[in-house]
Design a protein around this ligand. Structure first.
Ligand code: UD1
Ligand code: UDP
Length: 383
């Protein structure tokens, strides 16, 4: 059995790595060791609880209003010590957070092979999203085996000169997590959230957190939401507010105490997935939501100027609107006013995965390490 340290630290990494941890546990080749940096604390713990994962190591690095320097330095030092004692045969990191980059660097310093899950996403803009574009790019340079979710991600890696033999196209493991969670029994216990099930209501599900949107861009988005609520009396906003105090300040200022706006703490994934099912529209700057909502047939307005996830934009269910107040208002207003425009966007499409992402990820790693035959890649329309 080969020992693999599976490293993650934030909510989305945990959601997307949970199926990989389970698959490694089931596999005949690997003994997983779960190492969390806890770059997020409460938001990470919610996911660990849902998927019943007990970390072998917890660095517990989160600090109130931490900086990029804090995270990177603490993760690098902490993981260096864990890897030196565990001596794993490989390290798996995920995506594009500072945990991802510092984790791959720590493994490299100890000459441990690195597998990068959700490899190859790019906007081509160094500062958008910031610092995620550089985190994933730098991680890619340090990576030995690239687990790319889509054919488009593989194409990005090939364009940067990565050897095709080191790339496996897996499908995104977020769809594994989503399908598993969406199939679980659920009822809203919170009476406020249960309102979203009332007939005649149209619910707008909103999340925001990107560093480049903090301040004025977010204020513009929230003003657009208020105008939408004024224009459409059947609408209701549900907004689970990210724990980042810089997000909370603007949300409170613009939306606090407002009628038909439900501001909540970050929700457990099970509750959140069920809210997505109820939503008429999703407005978000999140990466993961751009992948999940299309498979539930929910139109997504992306509150960003760039996206590293073009597949659902090409399929027509995701629209890149940015953060300009007028653009957000006009786009949402059109979708809420025109059943035809709405119907065109509400097609369920699944360019990101089929629920087999974790299986292909583990098989790809096993093949790369000489333990198993090469499996079949996940196919997508975008090449
Ligand atoms: C981080 C990632 C981002 C990812 C996002 C997912 C980096 C630089 N950023 O951004 O790529 O898309 O997570 O949500 O890696 N906080 C809490 N409790 C929590 C989580 C956060 O209190 O459970 C507060 C803390 O004050 C913390 C702040 O939020 O200092 C910011 O957290 P941080 O991880 O630095 O940045 P995010 O914006 O969450
Ligand atoms: N999510 C959740 N509870 C919430 C908001 C989001 O479980 O209150 C999930 C969401 O379904 C997605 C992930 O968290 O899987 C997205 O996390 P986030 O937006 O923080 O990060 P990103 O995807 O932008 O990196």
């Amino acid at each position: 059995m080969k020992k693999v340290c599976v490293v993650f630290g934030t909510r989305p990494e945990a959601i997307k790595m949970a199926p990989v941890v389970k698959e490694l546990e089931r596999s005949p080749w690997f003994e997983p060791r779960v190492v969390v940096t806890a770059q997020h604390r409460e938001m990470l713990d919610q996911v660990l609880e849902l998927f019943n994962i007990t970390p072998h190591h917890d660095l517990d690095i989160m600090r109130f209003e931490q900086t990029l320097f804090d995270i990177t330095a603490r993760v690098l030092t902490g993981l260096g010590a864990v890897f030196a004692s565990e001596k794993p045969d490989a390290v798996l990191v995920h995506g594009d957070t500072s945990t991802t980059f510092a984790g791959s660097l720590a493994a490299y310093y100890l000459q441990i092979p690195v597998g990068h899950v959700e490899a190859g996403l790019r906007t081509g803009n160094k500062y958008s999203p910031f610092p995620e574009e550089m985190n994933r790019h730098l991680t890619g340079v340090l990576t030995d085996v690239h687990l790319a979710p889509t054919a488009g991600a593989r194409a990005n890696l090939l364009a940067e000169g990565v050897d095709d033999a080191r790339i496996y196209v897996t499908g995104n493991t977020v769809i594994d997590a989503l399908l598993d969670t969406a199939a679980r029994p659920f009822r809203f216990m919170d009476p406020e959230l249960a309102q979203t099930e009332e007939p005649g209501r149209r619910m707008l599900l909103v999340t925001t957190h990107r560093r480049e949107n903090l301040g004025a861009p977010l204020a513009g988005v929230y003003r657009a939401l208020k105008r939408i609520l004024d224009r459409h009396s059947d609408t209701l906003v549900v907004f689970p507010v990210h724990k980042n105090p810089a997000v909370r300040r603007v949300v409170e200022q613009e939306l606090g105490g407002r009628e038909r706006v439900i501001l909540t703490e970050p929700l457990p994934y099970l509750e959140f997935v069920n809210l997505m099912k109820q939503a008429a529209l999703v407005l978000t700057d999140s990466g993961g939501l751009q992948e999940e909502a299309p498979s539930l047939g929910k139109p997504v307005l992306v509150l960003r100027d760039t996206t590293e996830r073009p597949e659902a934009v090409d399929a027509g269910t995701v629209r890149l609107v940015g953060t300009d107040e007028e653009a957000v208002f006009q786009t949402a207003d059109e979708l809420l006013s025109s059943p035809e425009a709405y119907r065109r966007m509400a097609e369920a499409v699944n360019p990101y995965g089929d629920g087999q992402g974790a299986r292909r990820t583990v098989q790809g790693l096993a093949h790369y390490m000489g333990l198993a035959p090469r499996g079949t890649d996940f196919e997508t329309s975008k090449t």
